[in-house]
Write a protein that binds this ligand. Structure first.
Ligand code: 13P
Length: 249
């Protein structure tokens, strides 16, 4: 998809118009000669997509949504947003399968429908998957990841328009991160699986879970990681730039 290192900011249910103003520095940095290696993507709440799309218009920063409904266009689904609506708002990507949405009852079947519709709408998909602490403790990680991938990707065709995001649930917002050796092994396994089962030549897999301006120095040593999906630290422009700089330098 891209040879640049991906830095995807998932703002979750954070961010106001005031926060949007603070991304000026990130836009400036993205355009500077110091940045040739980073590709930045903002996934703010729906309410801020329009203003961030406008703000980043003359930059290489892309904007994504954090979820979409499984019906493509319109329908009687109060409180929901369709892939078509997201596309119209100027966003180019959408996060699907985030554990915080799975926890609200989103099944692998629903995720699969969302992925198919989003890709059909010509949105790129950031497909999240990951094991819970309970699954990890009972040595079910590989099994769970495989199941989430297989069910999520059923009948999916444009696999090259998917950014895979491995986010161990137990690592999100906890400050806990798998040690480099095991994380690398996990990425090697996932890449091999996607290459052999789905014939994706160069799968793009990012890591998400408590990435911050300190542990990034360690995480960046894992060559198999194609980028980062960052929650908390991404709403602070200074920290976000710091993470990017430390990775690419
Ligand atoms: P944190 O970086 O806050 O742990 O969140 C990770 C995440 O869920 C990104 O999608």
């Amino acid at each position: 998809m891209t040879n640049k290192i991906l830095f995807i900011a998932n703002w979750k249910m954070f961010g106001t118009k005031k926060t949007v103003k603070t991304i000026n520095n990130v836009i400036k940095f993205s355009k500077s000669k110091h940045n040739k290696k980073a590709k930045i993507i903002y996934c703010p709440p729906y309410t801020l997509i329009d203003s961030i799309v406008k703000k980043t218009k003359n930059s290489e920063i892309d904007v994504g949504a954090q979820n979409c409904h499984f019906e493509k266009n319109t329908g009687p689904f109060t409180g929901s947003i369709s892939a078509d609506m997201i596309k119209e708002s100027g966003a180019k990507l959408v996060i699907i399968g985030h554990s915080e949405v799975r926890m609200q009852g989103e099944t692998n079947l629903i995720i699969n429908k969302k992925i198919i519709n989003a890709l059909h709408t010509k949105l790129k998909v950031i497909f999240c998957f990951g094991e819970t602490l309970k699954e990890k403790k009972s040595n079910k990680t590989k099994l769970v990841l495989k199941k989430q991938l297989i069910l999520g990707l059923k009948y999916v065709k444009n696999l090259n328009n998917i950014i895979f995001a491995y986010e161990p649930v137990w690592s999100i917002g906890t400050g806990k991160v798998l040690d480099n050796k095991n994380l690398r092994t996990q990425f090697l396994y996932l890449k091999k699986f996607l290459k052999t089962k789905y014939k994706i030549k160069k799968p793009t897999i990012v890591y998400g879970g408590s990435v911050n301006d300190k542990n990034i120095l360690n995480l960046k040593k894992i060559n198999e990681i194609d980028g980062f999906l960052i929650g908390g630290a991404s709403t602070n422009s200074k920290k976000f730039i710091d993470i990017i700089k430390k990775t690419i330098n």
